[in-house]
Design a protein around this ligand. Sequence first.
Ligand SMILES: [Zn+2]
Length: 391
Amino acid sequence: MDLEVPDATEDVSCPLCGATAGSVVGSRGRFDMPVRNLCCAGCATVYITPRPSAAAMSEYYRSTYRKHYGAVGYVGPDGKSVTPGEPGFEATLLQWHSQQADNALTLGSAAAGATVLEIGCRHGKTLALMRERRGIVPFGIEPGESEAQQARDAGIDCFTGALEAFDPGERRFDQVQWFHVLEHVHDPLGALLKLRSLLKPGGTMLIEVPNVYQPYGLLEENFFQNVHLVSYSPNTLPALVKRAGFDVTRVVDAGSLFVVARVSDAAAEQLPLPFATKLLDAPEQDADWVAVRLQSYANLTKLQYLLQQRGSSPELTAALVRTVALPSFVTHLVETCASFVEQLVARGQLDQAVAVTLAVASGPHPTELRQEFRIFAERLGAPPEALAATG
Ligand SMILES: [Zn+2]
């Protein structure tokens, strides 16, 4: 693939706490692009530095982005990605937007007649479905000219351009939503402050971003991307939202990360609030906590890939046993190890299956998870003395 990417000319400080120190948790991104992700020593936000300027990225989105990411499709209910032109694409796309509309109506608080602004509304499908289902009054902001036109063709009032260029006049909204936009933004705090000014007092904001605690695919080959300038977590994004003058009402740590927030009573001139550790719900999830789990994630996904490519082997199992001796993101650890064990059992390699379950049961993992794997090991026939040794 043609890899013309803008030069990373700007060294930046952490978008949440302003620190500059941190540990490198990735040096490549999707399509083998050079993408350096740092995990902040001050607050554990994962972000790209150095990075291209906002002007260079804006030109990249205009000229090259679709060439790189255009074939990336929508994920259907069976978990398979369908790209434009493939059979079932239209149905998958509609299904995806239907889910977004459901999320926006369930997590948000828009009643019939409420004004709802979507940043990056694309062709307006999510807003159109919300109007159909709840009778909201939609408004979109969309930088892509042809997509903005499609939204208008669907009867949705739509501003063509970036959020920064949008002048609302007297217009204020009951709800603002943005799905998979904030991770692309150069100045997220500035964008959140602008959004707050577009909301009515007590108005609701709904954000969805990729979740760095639940990455997807291989870490550097898929999850980290040159266009995802910040990789937020359920710990860091709420803190950033609070700094911009919102009260966080809900955090959903699903595959994606959703944050729902209301405009706080703080006076606009007091904003942004200075960073303070007390804004973090889980300050113990610091830079080391995150970095070691990202490393485990990268190792586990690679081992899973090798298992699929080459089948099982004692070496692969030994590497897995070493990896699960370190802390991991729990959901991913369970999924990976359960699938490994299942395949080892199917191949009749019970000793290796037992070794994996015992390793999880003895690892630095939550007590419940260790207990679950101890039972798992027992069922597979682990000897009592080995079970006792897991503590
Ligand atoms: Zn920080």
